[in-house]
Every structure is written in structure tokens, then in C-alpha cells.
Design a protein around this ligand. Structure first.
Ligand code: GUN
Length: 292
């Protein structure tokens, strides 16, 4: 069976069109331009690419983008002072501090300093708590993008056996919570597997929908899934370089063997990645709306 491709690139394009109109309307009707501040500390090449892509997306959609690049030896106090300044900047509706931060900076302390009303990453405990109980809040971008892909491709989560591999705060845990909500894209029976799971293949073979976010290529191979599974691969691993020096990317799933059995699968790149950025734009628009 040839698996259907679940295209994040195409889906994100559609959502961009939807929000572009809304952003223009917000400007026209209320004179508000949504503003996003992105903060990058240090020069991690992957983080630079991600922040650059977020900045580009802002420009394309008419979102004001303020980028702050700081050296790797920036003190925690200086970073906290910047966050405080951005919290009080009326032109900025959303603040994103790119992770990971250098080791000498206490990551939670910085994330908790962001005003929850400007926390478009959805990482502040106030937003995490509201998400868990199904309240109105900013949803974290990658998990929200995963759910949006499933919904827009008509993949029914209600009553489905969904298996997640990976328990990170950024992906695994929030995806688990969203899938449990009593609403569209929720109502699933969810199993969350991690590095201490005894028999990973036992669980993955039971999955109707398999979501993989481990940060390791080939965590799941074809022999670990059942026929007809829907696979969402959240991984982005740099597995080498082309002759021109461009990074070669692979997901956390062994695409070649898994696609032979899957009913549908996300490619890497072009799967979850573009969805993360568009959900960030959606949250920034929402933050601007909330300021009216
Ligand atoms: N690093 C990897 N993913 C993310 C994300 O979604 N937001 C931020 N701020 N940093 C990240």
C-alpha cells in the first residue's frame, strides 16, 4: 500500500491565507499590527534557521517582527531585563525566546518571566495549566500543528488508539493533553511511550495513529507498526550534508520502511515543521486581538 502524504507545507499555506486576511482586517478596523519579538541567545545553527524562518513568515503575513540576537555569554539577568522590556512594549503582542538556551541560563526562570498574555509559545505554566483543563489559552505551536494536521486531513481521533513516542514538555506531554480534550481532534485513547517503556514495539504496533517525537532518527521502523497506521513524524534530525554543504534532514521515523505499511504519513521536511511556524503566527494574531 502506498501511503498518502500528509503535507504540512500545503496545509500551512492554506492557514497562512486564512490568517493573512484576518491580519489585514485587524489593521484596517482597529489600526493594530500584530508584533512578535524573537529572541535568540548564542549561535546554534539550527536555532538560527528556525528563528530566521519565523521572521520570514512574519514579513510575508504583515506581522511586525522584532528580532533580538544576543551573544552566547549573555547573563541571565540581562535576558530577564530584556523580557521585562518586551512585556511592557505595546508594539509587541508575542514573545518567543528560542530554546535551548545556553547552559548557564535557567530556562524555566526565563520562560516564567514572559507575560502569559504574550506567551505565544504556550510554555508558561499558566498556559500549560489552562491547556490541561481545556481552558482558553495559547496552545504550544508544534502540538497544535500536529492536531490541526489530523483534523484538516479528516483523520478521526475520537476513540482512536493513539500512541505517542517521546515525553518532552514541548511535544509529547502537550500532544497527550490535546488528544484527551473533549473536542474535535481529541477524544482519543492515548498511550505515551518514553525511554523507560519496556517494549516499545508492543505499543507502536497497536497504534491507529502514531506520533513520534524522540529526537532520534529511525526510532520507529516498518516492523514496529501495523498496516494502515497514520504516522505523524515530529522529528528533525540533521543526518549529514550535501556536496553543497546543505543539511540533509530526516525525521524520527524510518520513512522508507514505515511508508510501505502506513495509510498516511508526514514527510520530513514538509510535514510538521511548517505547521509549527504557522501556528505561531496564529497565536501572535490572537495575542494582538486580545489586546483590543
Ligand atoms: N526550540 C524547539 N522548538 C521550539 C519552540 O517551539 N519554541 C521555542 N521557543 N524554542 C524551540
Amino acid at each position: 500500500m502506498a501511503a498518502k502524504m500528509i503535507s504540512g507545507t500545503e496545509t500551512a499555506k492554506k492557514i497562512r491565507e486564512e490568517i493573512k486576511t484576518e491580519i489585514a482586517r485587524l489593521k484596517e478596523k482597529h489600526g493594530i499590527t500584530p508584533g512578535l519579538a524573537t529572541v535568540l541567545v548564542g549561535d546554534d545553527p539550527a536555532s538560527k534557521v528556525y528563528v530566521g524562518a519565523k521572521e520570514k513568515s512574519c514579513k510575508n503575513l504583515g506581522v511586525y517582527s522584532k528580532r533580538v540576537d544576543l551573544p552566547a555569554d549573555t547573563s541571565e539577568a540581562d535576558l530577564l531585563a530584556l523580557v521585562d522590556k518586551l512585556n511592557n512594549d505595546p508594539e509587541i503582542h508575542g514573545i518567543l525566546v528560542q530554546l535551548p538556551l545556553p547552559k548557564h541560563i535557567n530556562e524555566p526562570r526565563v520562560l516564567y518571566a514572559i507575560d502569559p498574555e504574550k506567551d505565544v509559545d504556550g510554555f508558561h505554566p499558566v498556559n500549560v495549566g489552562k491547556m490541561v483543563i481545556g481552558g482558553d489559552c495559547f496552545l504550544p505551536c508544534t502540538p497544535h500543528g500536529v492536531i490541526e494536521l489530523l483534523v484538516r486531513y479528516g483523520i478521526k481521533t475520537e476513540g482512536a488508539e493513539v500512541v505517542i513516542v517521546g515525553r518532552s514538555n514541548i511535544v509529547g506531554k502537550p500532544v497527550l493533553n490535546l488528544l484527551l480534550q473533549k473536542r474535535e481532534g481529541g477524544n482519543a485513547t492515548v498511550t505515551l511511550c518514553h525511554t523507560r517503556t519496556k517494549d516499545l514495539a508492543f505499543h507502536t504496533k497497536r497504534a491507529d495513529i502514531l506520533i513520534v517525537a524522540t529526537g532520534h532518527p529511525k526510532t520507529v521502523t516498518g516492523d514496529m507498526v501495523k498496516e494502515g497506521v497514520v504516522v505523524i513524524d515530529v522529528g528533525v534530525n540533521r543526518i549529514g550534508k550535501t556536496a553543497e554543504g546543505k543539511a540533509i534532514l530526516a525525521g524520527d521515523v524510518d520513512f522508507e520502511s514505515v511508508k510501505e505499511k502506513a495509510a498516511a504519513i508526514t514527510p520530513v521536511p514538509g510535514g510538521v515543521g511548517p505547521m509549527t511556524i504557522v501556528m505561531l503566527m496564529k497565536n501572535t494574531l490572537q495575542a494582538a486581538r486580545n489586546s483590543i
